[in-house]
Structure formats: C-alpha cells, structure tokens
Design a protein around this ligand. Structure first.
Ligand SMILES: Cc1ncc(COP(=O)(O)O)c(C=O)c1O
Length: 420
C-alpha cells in the first residue's frame, strides 16, 4: 500500500514568477489526464478505476504512483497541494534547490493541526504552544493530546527569553506551535529569532507556524526558518466563506510521510469539490490581500482618531508595539483589526446590532467585512477574569476587513459609532 505522496511538482512551481502568476498558474493541470479542459475539472469520485489487476497491484505496492481512492489522494486535491507548494514554499526552494517541498490538504484547519501534531508527537513528548492560540487548538492540546500522554506547555512567543526558557525546561519537547499575528489582539512573534533559538538550544524541536492570519502572500514562515506551516484555508486562502479546510506544508520528507500516514489512517482528507473552491479562491489571493490590507490600514487610522474608541490593535499603526517586527517579517499588515470601545459591553453589543454593510459573524478572511464582539460571542465562555487578563475586554470588537469600497465601510462605522 502506498504510504507516501510525491508532492514535489517542481516543474510546476513557476519559481521565477511573482505571487500573482504563481497563484493563478502553479499546479494547474498537475495530475490531470491529458484532456483539454481550460479550468481544472472536479474529480468528484471516491475511487479510481484500474486498467487491470496488475496495474491495481502496482499502485497498491507503491511501484506506480497514481490514484487509488480519494482518502489517499485525488487530482483536484493534488492541484491545491501543488499550488500551495509554490506559494508557501517556492522562494524557500529557490534558495534551497534540493529541498522537496510538500503540502498536504485537509478537511479543516483543525484536521491539519491535529494530523500534524499527531505525526510529530508520541507519548511522553511535550508540545510547546503559544499562549494565545485558536480555542480548538488549545482544546486539542489540553483534551486530546493529553489523553495520549503528550504534555503541553504554554509560552508567550512574543517574549524570546520566555521561549528559550521553555525550551530548556522541557527537554522532551518535539514541537513548538504558535500563531502570528494572534487572534484577536494581533500580537506578532519573531519567527526567525524563535527558529534560531530552537536550532541552537534543541534542534530536535520542529517549529510549526499557524499562518492563517497572514497567508503566504504576507508571510512565509519556511523562509524565516520554520519547519512546518499550517493553515485554516477556511479564511483568506479560500477567501469567499464557502469552505472549511486546512493545509500543512513542510520541506521535511519524514514529517510529510508521518502526517500523510495520519490522514490515510485517521481520515481528514478534503473533498474534491471543496479543494476546487479553494483553488478558485487562491487565484485571487494576492489581489484580495492587497485590498484587505489597504482597507484595514485606512480603517485602523480612522478608528485610532475616533473619540469613542479607547484603543486600536493593528500592527500597521506606528504606535503599535509590533509595528517594526511586522514591517520586517510581513509584506503588509493584514486585514484584521480589533478595537476597544470606551462604552464597554453594552456599546459592543449595540454596535453589532446597528452596523450596516459589515456581516455579523465569526470567522474571517472573506471578501465581505465581518464584525464580532468577542466578550458576548467567541470568548463568552472564558471566565471573565481570565478573559480580561488576556486583553479581551468587554468593549473589544474584532473586524475582518473585507474588500468593499473603504469609504462605504468607514461611513458605516461612523454611523454605528455615532449611536453609542
Ligand atoms: C488561526 C486559526 N487556526 C486554526 C483554525 C481552525 O480552522 P478550521 O475552523 O478551518 O478548522 C482557526 C479557525 O478559526 C484559526 O483562526
């Protein structure tokens, strides 16, 4: 039975091209049968037909590479994996021509994160984790991994000394996982410096970066020294709010094989149709990200001057403590903004009920602007003192800035804020 996937479609990386060309062309027609469809077809099938018993046997033994069954691989999924190889790993490969970049696609961001961690960690190992990660990632560590005797410890990854201490104090650590920028306060961690510390202090540890908020358009962790990148494609990568999906990219063959074994045996592969939608969304990723960033920057500056706003969290504001690091590490500052209303909890709820154009919904990274009030929604179940200690105050509002006309968004915020 085939137990690894060959994802090194180097000839389809478009290494000498820019991000927009890669987003459109990389991976197209990879794995496709020689027919003349311009756009990639959706191979909406659970299984694949063998020409004869010998071919079936060769595919199962791994002697021939090819498709057997969609949980193990599907051409529409392969295209998505090849495109991300180019976007997330293309420049790393240019600098390291012998590297074999591999991407695996999953049915959700959590499936990508869980499969990656299950591939990396065994009982008795420790996971070092950023102290602010997506709620389900935290639950995965504290509920699921714990059941298998995998310990997790939290560290503020924006504090490099704390990272070094955590690595020294946890010699059984095999992975460090963190998000940058974080949700919802947009804290930025230095991927390059963290990777250097890991390599100097305990090179057995793999550096895993959740790049969901930044996308490869803004930040490519492999180039900065990380070993593995994970994504929820549900957000900017798909970009249209139509899919729940995930990705993992690495240049370590052993990691790719270990994680592939988890997808193969535990499940978690994406559907061909979802992969097709993500491929379609990806073609406009650079275009969308440019607009998300320019809209967010204008809105952050508007909010920063507003008398009803206490504080704005956006790394692109010059007074933000992470401005210099974000400028160095990212191409632009992203499309996510959080801000604190002076009027507290009631003001937050009132703004949600009165704002126009912005869609009242959790999630992020869609073409339309989304707004939510963490203390009455995503973080309502967190004990108040813990929530406030983590900076999620009663009046905090999170906005995923879309790609609408920014003047309309500012007019809408202006009207909403005037009612508070
Ligand atoms: C940073 C981050 N990572 C992972 C996830 C999980 O992704 P999914 O919902 O696709 O499983 C999310 C979801 O919001 C997220 O924001």
């Amino acid at each position: 039975m085939e137990d690894s996937k060959n994802n090194d479609y180097s000839e389809k990386f478009y290494l000498d091209c820019g991000m927009s060309t890669r987003a459109i062309h990389a991976g197209e027609h990879v794995g496709q049968f020689p027919v003349s469809s311009h756009t990639n077809p959706i191979y909406q099938t659970s299984t694949f037909v063998f020409k004869n018993a010998d071919e079936g046997a060769r595919l199962f033994s791994g002697e021939d590479k090819g498709y057997i069954y969609t949980r193990l691989g599907n051409p529409t999924v392969t295209l998505l994996e090849a495109k991300i190889n180019s976007l997330e790993g293309g420049d790393f490969k240019k600098a390291n021509p012998d590297a074999r970049i591999s991407t695996l696609a999953f049915s959700s961001g959590m499936s990508a994160i869980a499969s990656t961690l299950l591939g990396l960690l065994s009982q008795g190992d420790t996971l070092i984790m950023g102290n602010v990660v997506y709620g389900a990632t935290e639950h995965l560590a504290s509920n699921v991994l714990k059941k298998f005797n995998i310990k997790s410890v939290e560290v503020d990854t924006s504090d490099l000394r704390a990272v070094e201490r955590a690595i020294i104090e946890n010699p059984t650590a095999k992975a460090i996982l963190f998000e940058t920028p974080t949700n919802p306060l947009l804290v930025v961690s230095d991927i390059k410096k963290i990777s250097n510390i890991v390599k100097n202090v305990n090179p057995k540890i793999k550096v895993v970066v959740d790049n969901t908020f930044a996308t490869p358009y803004l930040q490519r962790p492999l180039e900065l020294g990380a070993d593995i990148v994970v994504h929820s494609t549900t957000k900017y990568i798909c970009g249209h709010g139509t899919v729940v999906g995930g990705l993992m990219t690495t240049y370590h063959d052993d990691v790719k094989n270990a994680v592939y074994m988890i997808i193969k045996d535990v499940g978690g592969s994406p559907s061909p149709f979802d992969s097709w939608l993500v491929n379609l969304g990806l073609k406009t990723l650079p275009l969308r990200m440019e607009k998300h960033c320019s809209n967010a920057s204008k809105i952050a500056n508007y909010l920063n001057e507003h008398p009803k706003v206490e504080k704005v969290y956006y790394p692109g504001l010059k007074n933000n403590p992470y401005y210099d690091l974000a400028k160095k590490q990212m191409k632009d500052f992203g499309g996510m903004i959080s801000f604190e209303l002076k009027g507290g909890f009631e003001s937050g709820k009132k703004l949600m009920d009165n704002i126009e154009i912005f869609t009242l919904a959790v999630s992020l990274g869609a073409v339309d602007s989304l707004i939510q009030h963490p203390s009455s929604m995503t973080h309502a179940c967190v004990p108040k003192d813990k929530r406030i200690k983590g900076g999620i105050t009663d009046g905090l509002v999170r906005v995923s800035v879309g790609i609408e006309d920014v003047d309309d968004l500012i007019t809408s915020l202006d009207k909403g804020l005037s009612l508070l």
